[in-house]
Structures are given as structure tokens and as C-alpha cells.
Design a binder for this molecule. Structure first.
Ligand code: AMP
Length: 195
């Protein structure tokens, strides 16, 4: 494969979730990355939505960089089919390497691991540690109640509007994916087939 046109770090559940629509969403994200000549950076596991995004990226010709702490290789079923699998010493190293490899970040539905990673790259952005786009995919209103809470934090003056404006929130995957890549100053390769 040629050099990837963009590298997208995806945070998502190590479980599939209750609604099969989440698995379908993860597949769509992986297929979009692969069909647009991109690279997925993720936590390197086979479980849940994580494994689905990775498999869909690989199946459509994309590169996949998995980064997993050695303590989680068995627990999260490390994906040995990745184009590159980095087994690292700690969670901190995993997160640092994921951030370094990415042009942009996207959170899909997930649990506390997903939210921790999403909040970290968002807070790093507000502190100026990076200036890469950060997206939240709010499919089927999955993150609605979190967004209500965050907006109430703005009303309570623990947050400012400009901090909310640092993240792109969208329920439409086909709008959010190109927007993130373009905001990173990159262009996805023309799609080879319909997904
Ligand atoms: P979850 O959203 O809880 O299913 O977890 C998704 C991914 O986040 C998994 O690969 C977890 O290993 C990872 N994760 C869990 N806790 C943390 C953490 N404190 N920091 C970064 N990633 C985490």
C-alpha cells in the first residue's frame, strides 16, 4: 500500500454495545478509512467495536496501527493481523504513541476507556499540547446525556464556549469523517467504490 493519505485515531468500545447499529457504525468507519487510502490508529484489540473497525479497515485495503499495553495483550485479545502492532510497557505509552501517530481523533460509542481517551485528547488540545481535530460521533444520540452535562458545565461557568468549540460533534459519520481529515489539512483519497 502507498503512504496513507491520513491517519485517524479512533477510540471506541471494547464491547459491541446493545444495539447492532453500533457495530454497523464501526464497520462503516473502518471501510471509509480503507476506501479513502487512510490509516487507522487504535488500541490494538480484537474485542468489540475496536476489532470491528480494525477488520473493516484491513478488509478495504487500509493500514492499521494497533498499540496495546503488554498487560492487556491477552485481556483485550491483541489483533495480530494489524499492519503494525506495538506492544508497549504502559497505558501512558499507548496513549502517547496513539496521539503521535494520528492526524485527527474520533470517538465512537464506548465505555469509560473510550471516554477517558477522548477527554484526554480534548484537554490536551485546550492546553495547546496539540492542534489536531477531535471529533465525537453522536450516533443515535448515544452521547446526548453527556452533552447535556457538558453544556450545563458551561452554564455553571466551569467551562467556556470556546472549549466546547474545540470538538466537532456530529451524528452523521459521512459528514464527520471528511470534516476531520480536512480540518487536519489533509485530503482523503478519492473513494474507489461505494460503501
Ligand atoms: P472501553 O471504552 O472501556 O470499552 O475501553 C476502550 C479502550 O480504552 C480499551 O482498549 C481500553 O484498554 C482502553 N482504556 C481503558 N482504560 C483506559 C485508560 N485509563 N486510559 C486509556 N485507555 C483506556
Amino acid at each position: 500500500m502507498n503512504t496513507p493519505t491520513f491517519s485517524l485515531c479512533v477510540y471506541c468500545g471494547s464491547r459491541p454495545g446493545a444495539d447492532p447499529a453500533f457495530a454497523a457504525l464501526a464497520r462503516t468507519v473502518g471501510e471509509w478509512i480503507g476506501k479513502h487510502g487512510g490509516q487507522l490508529v487504535y488500541g490494538g484489540g480484537r474485542n468489540g467495536l475496536m476489532g470491528i473497525v480494525a477488520d473493516a479497515t484491513l478488509a478495504t485495503g487500509g493500514r492499521v496501527v494497533g498499540i496495546i499495553p503488554k498487560a492487556l495483550v491477552e485481556k483485550e485479545c491483541a489483533h495480530h493481523g494489524c499492519s503494525e502492532l506495538h506492544v508497549v510497557d504502559s497505558m501512558h505509552e499507548r496513549k502517547r504513541l496513539m496521539a503521535e501517530h494520528a492526524d485527527a481523533f474520533l470517538a465512537l460509542p464506548g465505555g469509560i476507556g473510550t471516554m477517558e481517551e477522548f477527554f484526554e485528547v480534548w484537554t490536551w488540545r485546550q492546553l495547546g499540547y496539540h492542534d489536531k481535530p477531535v471529533g465525537l460521533l453522536n450516533q443515535n444520540g448515544f452521547y446526548d446525556s453527556l452533552l447535556v452535562f457538558l453544556r450545563s458545565s458551561v452554564q455553571q461557568k466551569f467551562m467556556a464556549d470556546w472549549q466546547m468549540d474545540l470538538i466537532r460533534i456530529d451524528a452523521d459519520v459521512h459528514r464527520l469523517l471528511p470534516a476531520l481529515v480536512e480540518a487536519a489539512g489533509l485530503a482523503p483519497a478519492p473513494q474507489l467504490g461505494a460503501i
